[in-house]
Design a protein around this ligand. Structure first.
Ligand code: HEC
Ligand code: HEC
Length: 449
C-alpha cells in the first residue's frame, strides 16, 4: 500500500542528520538566470557553496563561460540584474492588485523573513480586502534549494545509498504543486482571495508605474505591446528577485556564525541543538537538516520532503466552517494532479526552520502562534492528544483534520512513536531549550563583542 522506502525503512527519519542535496533541479533556479545570479552573488567559493545549483551540478558555474541563449555573458548578467531590481519594485507594488492595496510584500513581509507581518493564521485579500485565504503565508527565504517536485526522491547524500526512495519531495507552496517561481507568482496575482487581478490589469499597472521604463530597458521597447509577453516578463522578474542572495539566502544567523567557529552558543541553545538532533529526543533534524552537506553547503533546515504529521484542524479558518472541507495537501483539493491518490493525502512540504522565530503563525493552517506550542505538539501529540485535539463525550478526536482512511500516511517516527500515557520525548525545560536553539536561526546576527 505504502510504496515508499520511508515507510518500510524510513530513510528520512532514522538517519542521523544526513544532509540532502537537491538531485532534481531547483525551483527557483532556471537556467541562465541562476548561473548569472551566482556570478552576481560574487560567486566566490562561499556563494557557490550556498547554492544548490553549484553544489549538485558543478558544471553550472563553468557553463557561465559559454554564451547562453545567444546572449553574451555580459548581456545575461545585465539582464538578470535589471530583472532583479525590477522584480523588487514589482514585489512591493500594491497597484498590481485588484484592490490597489495588496502587494506581494503585504503578506511576505521583508521584516519577517518574507513571511506574514502579523499573527493572523491566514491573511485577508481580494477586491474588498476581506476574503480570507486558507493557508498560512510561508517565508520566501531559503527557497533556492527546494528541488522541483518529485514523487520519488533519491538522495546521493543519504548514507551514500541512492537506491533509497525518500518519497514525495520538493515543489513550491505547502503542497509542492508548482515547480517554478514564475508560475507560482501567477497564483497570488490572479487569485480571487489574494491580489485578485488579471494579467491585463497587472500589465496596465506596470505600464503606468514609475518603473515602466526599466521594464522597457530590460525586455525591449515594445514589451507593453503584448500583454502575454509583458505578464510573463513580470513573473520572471519576480522570480529573479526571489533569488537575490543577500535578501533571500544570506546565511547570517547566529547558528551560521557558530558553524563557522565565529561564535558560541549559550548553554540553553547548545542543549537545544543536541535535543533537536538526538534521534531519541526531538529527532527534528531527521527532517529539518541541521548539518552542513558533505561539500560544505550550509544546512537548509529542511529536506523538503512532503510529510503528514497530523496538524489539528484550525477551526478559526472560515473555510473550515464547512465540515466536509479538508485541506489534504498534495492530494487536493487545491492541488489537482495527485487527486484521488490516497497515499498523498495529508502531506505537506517540510518548511525550512531558518528565521522561524520571526513568525507568529505556524504550520500550513496557521493553527499555532508560538514556538513552544509547536514543539509541545511534536512531543505530546500521542502522549497527551487531548491537549491538541477536541474532546467529544470524553473521547479525544485525534488527527481531526485528516479522514481516518488516510491515517496510515501519518508519520510515526520519534518523537511520534509513543502512545497515550507514555513519557513525552521532551519535558518542559527541554522544550524551552529547543525553542532557544530555534532562535539562533534568525538572519542578521551581530556579534556583540
Ligand atoms: C494574501 C497574501 C499573499 C499575497 C499578497 C502573496 N502571497 Fe505568496 N503565498 C501566500 C500563501 C498563503 C502561500 C502558501 C500557498 C499554498 O500553500 O497554497 C504563498 C506562497 C508563496 C510562495 C511559495 C513559498 C513556498 O514555501 O513554497 C511564493 C514563492 C510566493 N508565495 C510568492 C509570492 C509573490 C511573488 C507574490 C506577489 C506576486 C505573493 N506571493 C503574494 C500568501 C500571499
Ligand atoms: C517527520 C518529519 C519531521 C520531523 C521529525 C519534524 N518536523 Fe517540523 N515540520 C515537518 C513538516 C512536514 C512540517 C509542516 C507540517 C504542516 O504544516 O502540516 C513541519 C513544520 C514545523 C514548524 C512550523 C514552521 C512554519 O513555518 O510554520 C516548526 C517550528 C517545526 N516543524 C519544528 C520542528 C521541531 C522543533 C521538531 C523536533 C521536535 C520537528 N519540527 C520535527 C516535518 C518534520
Amino acid at each position: 500500500m505504502l510504496r515508499f522506502a520511508r515507510s518500510l525503512m524510513p530513510a528520512r527519519h532514522f538517519v542521523t542528520p544526513t544532509v540532502r542535496r537537491s538531485a532534481a533541479a531547483s525551483v527557483l533556479m532556471t537556467g541562465a538566470v541562476s548561473i548569472a545570479l551566482l556570478q552576481l552573488a560574487g560567486c566566490d567559493s562561499r556563494a557557490a557553496q550556498s547554492s544548490p545549483a553549484a553544489s549538485t551540478q558543478p558544471p553550472a558555474i563553468q557553463q557561465v563561460a559559454a554564451p547562453v541563449s545567444g546572449q553574451t555573458r555580459a548581456q545575461v548578467f545585465r539582464q538578470v540584474k535589471q530583472m532583479t531590481v525590477l522584480g523588487e519594485k514589482l514585489f512591493f507594488d500594491p497597484s498590481l492588485s485588484g484592490s490597489g492595496k495588496l502587494a506581494c510584500a503585504s503578506c511576505h513581509s521583508p521584516q519577517h523573513a518574507f513571511g506574514p507581518p502579523n499573527a493572523l493564521s491566514v491573511q485577508l485579500g481580494g477586491s474588498d480586502m476581506r476574503r480570507a485565504g486558507f493557508r498560512a503565508v510561508p517565508s520566501l527565504k531559503y527557497l533556492q534549494s527546494v528541488p522541483q517536485f518529485t514523487e520519488h526522491f533519491h538522495d546521493s547524500d543519504d548514507e551514500g545509498d541512492e537506491s533509497i526512495d525518500a518519497g514525495p519531495t520538493g515543489g513550491l507552496t505547502w503542497d509542492g504543486r508548482v515547480d517554478h517561481g514564475a508560475d507560482q507568482a501567477k497564483i497570488p496575482l490572479t487569485s480571487s482571495f489574494e491580489m485578485g487581478s488579471t494579467p491585463a490589469k497587472v500589465v496596465a499597472a506596470a505600464k503606468a508605474a514609475p518603473y515602466a521604463d526599466s521594464m522597457r530597458e530590460a525586455f525591449g521597447a515594445n514589451i507593453f505591446d503584448d500583454d502575454a509577453k509583458a505578464f510573463n516578463a513580470i513573473l520572471r522578474s519576480l522570480e529573479a528577485f526571489e533569488q537575490a542572495p543577500q535578501a533571500f539566502y544570506p546565511y547570517t544567523s547566529k547558528y551560521d556564525a557558530f558553524l563557522a567557529g565565529k561564535t558560541q552558543l549559550t548553554a540553553a541553545e547548545m542543549r537545544g541543538l543536541q535535543l533537536f538532533n538526538d534521534e531519541n529526543k526531538g529527532n527534528c533534524a531527521s527532517c529539518h537538516i541541521s548539518q552542513r552537506a558533505k561539500d560544505g553547503t550550509p544546512p537548509q533546515f529542511s529536506d523538503f520532503g512532503l510529510i503528514a504529521i497530523g496538524v489539528p484542524r484550525n477551526r478559526a479558518l472560515p473555510i473550515n466552517k464547512d465540515p466536509k472541507y479538508y485541506d489534504l495537501g498534495a492530494c487536493g483539493p487545491e492541488r489537482q494532479d495527485l487527486k484521488g491518490d490516497a497515499e498523498y493525502c495529508g502531506i505537506f512540504r517540510t518548511p525550512s526552520l531558518r528565521n522561524v522565530a520571526t513568525r507568529k503563525v505556524f504550520f500550513h493552517n496557521g493553527i499555532y502562534h508560538s514556538l513552544d506550542e509547536v514543539v509541545r505538539f511534536y512531543v505530546e501529540r500521542d502522549t497527551n492528544p487531548e491537549k491538541f485535539y477536541p474532546v467529544v463525550h470524553g473521547k479525544v478526536q485525534k488527527y481531526d483534520d485528516l479522514p481516518k482512511q488516510y491515517w496510515t500516511n501519518l508519520n510515526t517516527d520519534p518523537p511520534f512513536d509513543r502512545k497515550k500515557g507514555d513519557k513525552p520525548a521532551l519535558d518542559e525545560t527541554e522544550i524551552k531549550d529547543v525553542v532557544a536553539f530555534l532562535n539562533t536561526l534568525t538572519d542578521g546576527y551581530q556579534q556583540t563583542k
